[in-house]
Design a protein around this ligand. Structure first.
Ligand code: ADP
Length: 541
């Protein structure tokens, strides 16, 4: 017997319709690339999202065609979030921090038809447009007055003039809720970047889950500042959840320094903010010496890298702000666990509560997780045993986009590449990473890429890249090198060799020369052993 309820599919267009109808006057505030602060509201976003939809139809794009963005957090980006996905096209948010060659590779792999970019990234587009063979339309996210006087980009036009010509009415199409809505590449593992492709269904279910009280607890009373970029797993889904609950949104644009973020929090009555530890570190460093205080901020979600205990302490004890430690992945839309206490923990002394808060947290309804040992056996939830962390759920990736070879799933479970323990209350704690990557300021660096560049130097016999703890960036890469016999290669020469071969921030901080790199039985470098050997190593100041 079937249920007798209405079966409307889940659609991102319904979020913006809802936000307009029920919270149309709620503000969306953006610091812009142009330097000023722009103010609109959900009704304004909805109207312009419909103009985006008409504009895309006007370009003759097919259902499922990819529209790329290379943009900061701001209202125009938000309009594209709803306008692109609402029509059944796929929003491809590109990470501008990647090397231009990698951006071009990604645009070609995704077969992007349209590229919308903030003017900050004009130099990147000038450099790569000829390599992007599928892009037919280049849209600068500005008005005509801000377009460059001269450009080599064919047919470049401004977003504002593009939208101005469009009707404000639009009827959103109805389609299968499993249709692709957006995609995001992650360079988390070796080789070329890989894309997670989200669906309308996965996005809406994730948006419901993210708004729950024990998750990000978002409501119509909130003013929300996503510092986490919209090109990084859809700003952890905040734009969708904010539309769902009718929260005010505050976007930082390119201004991510401590003073700007703090200023925006105070000016816009922000109650809730989300970002990686690095941005909060910058903000706290700005606030401390000036004895600044928050007047409205109640909580921050911190994720993307392990949150340092000192940061949780500082927010709570010095500023009365609750830190919610979160864990997730691009492949998980991204939320998996969040750390909020259970009722039975409320009577514990503060230091015991802190021990719990430092963990990555417990599962959100919709996500299932387990840890397994080397033989694939399930490990106990005793808070001691550590093993590979596997997840499944309706917003977890099944396969990567256009990926050849076997599915990454193991018996239906997605292997996260994280190593963790889980305690009897279900609180998960990351203890290590089995994937060979470094995460610096919330962005990935592929250790294999760094090693390959070193190996291309004629004086290098073997190179291993490992991450070293860093107070500001969480982790920084160093490269450990065995020189060829008789070579007198020095660190400065090898570091200079990296220039132009990878994004500047991905260049290792140091070179450590060693007589040998530990190898396993199959000849693979034993990074765990290498990390142990270098445990007393300190980065150059
Ligand atoms: P995001 O940064 O949005 O979480 P990514 O796909 O870029 O997504 O990175 C996911 C990886 O980042 C995880 O597999 C894990 O290694 C690391 N990570 C994310 N959150 C945390 C956290 N709270 N603590 C430790 N590591 C984390």
């Amino acid at each position: 017997m079937l249920g007798l309820m209405q079966g409307q599919g889940l659609a991102i267009s319904s979020l913006i319709d809802f936000a307009e109808k029920h919270h149309g006057d709620v503000e969306v505030v953006s610091k812009r690339v142009e330097g000023d602060v722009h103010r609109t509201h959900w009704a304004g976003i909805a109207q312009r999202a419909r103009q985006v939809a008409n504009a895309l139809d006007g370009l003759g794009l097919a259902f499922g065609d990819r529209v790329a963005t290379l943009a900061w957090n701001g209202y125009r980006h938000l309009e594209l979030y709803f306008g692109v996905s609402g029509t059944g096209r796929v929003l491809h948010t590109v990470n501008p921090r990647l090397h231009p060659d990698q951006i071009a590779w990604i645009a070609n792999h995704a077969q992007d038809q349209v590229m919308c970019f903030d003017m900050t990234f004009l130099p990147i587009i000038e450099k790569i447009h000829a390599q992007c063979t599928t892009v037919k339309h280049w849209i600068a996210l500005c008005d005509d007055a801000h377009l460059p006087a001269q450009t080599s980009i064919p047919g470049l036009r401004s977003y504002e003039s593009w939208l101005q010509a469009q009707d404000q009415q639009y009827v959103w199409p109805v389609f299968d809720e499993n249709s692709a809505s957006s995609m995001c590449y992650t360079s988390g593992t070796t080789g070329n970047p890989k894309a997670a492709v989200y669906s309308h269904r996965s996005t809406i279910l994730h948006a419901y889950a993210a708004a729950l009280p024990d998750v990000m607890c978002m409501s119509a009373r909130d003013s929300i500042l996503p510092v986490v970029p919209m090109f990084h797993v859809n700003a952890w889904g905040i734009p969708y959840s904010a539309a769902m609950v009718g929260a005010k949104l505050v976007f930082p644009g390119p201004a991510l320094d401590g003073a700007s973020v703090y200023g925006l929090i105070e000016a816009e009555g922000v109650t809730f903010a989300a970002g990686v530890p690095t941005v909060w570190q910058m903000m706290l460093s700005h606030m401390g010496p000036k004895a600044l205080r928050f007047s409205t901020l109640q909580r921050t979600v911190i994720g993307g890298s392990a949150c340092p205990p000192a940061m949780i302490h500082a927010f709570k004890n010095n500023y009365g702000v609750e830190v919610l430690h979160a864990w997730g992945m691009t492949e998980m839309s991204p939320l998996g666990t969040l750390c909020t206490l259970k009722n039975k923990h409320l009577g514990l002394p503060p230091e015991d509560q802190m021990q719990i808060r430092l963990k990555q947290g417990r599962c959100i309804y919709g996500i299932d997780m387990k840890i397994i040992g080397p033989e694939g056996q399930d490990l106990p939830w005793d808070g001691v045993a550590t093993g590979d962390l596997l997840v499944k759920g309706p917003w977890v990736l099944r396969e990567y986009y256009r990926q050849e070879g076997p599915s990454p799933l193991i018996d239906g479970w997605f292997p996260t590449g994280d190593v963790a323990s889980i305690d009897p209350d279900g609180f998960m704690q990351i203890t290590d990473r089995s994937k060979d990557v470094i995460k610096s300021g919330g962005e990935w660096i592929s250790s294999i890429d760094i090693e390959n560049i070193a190996m291309a130097h004629p004086d290098v016999q073997m190179a291993a890249c490992i991450g070293v703890a860093h107070p500001k960036w969480d982790e920084r890469p160093i490269v450990v090198v065995v020189k060829k016999p008789e070579s007198n290669l020095d660190a400065a020469t090898l570091l200079a060799f990296y220039q132009g071969k990878t994004a500047k921030w991905q260049i290792p901080d140091d070179v450590v020369f060693v007589p040998a790199i530990p190898l396993g039985a199959t000849g693979k470098m034993l990074k765990t052993r290498l990390r142990e050997q270098l445990q007393d190593y300190r980065l150059p100041a």
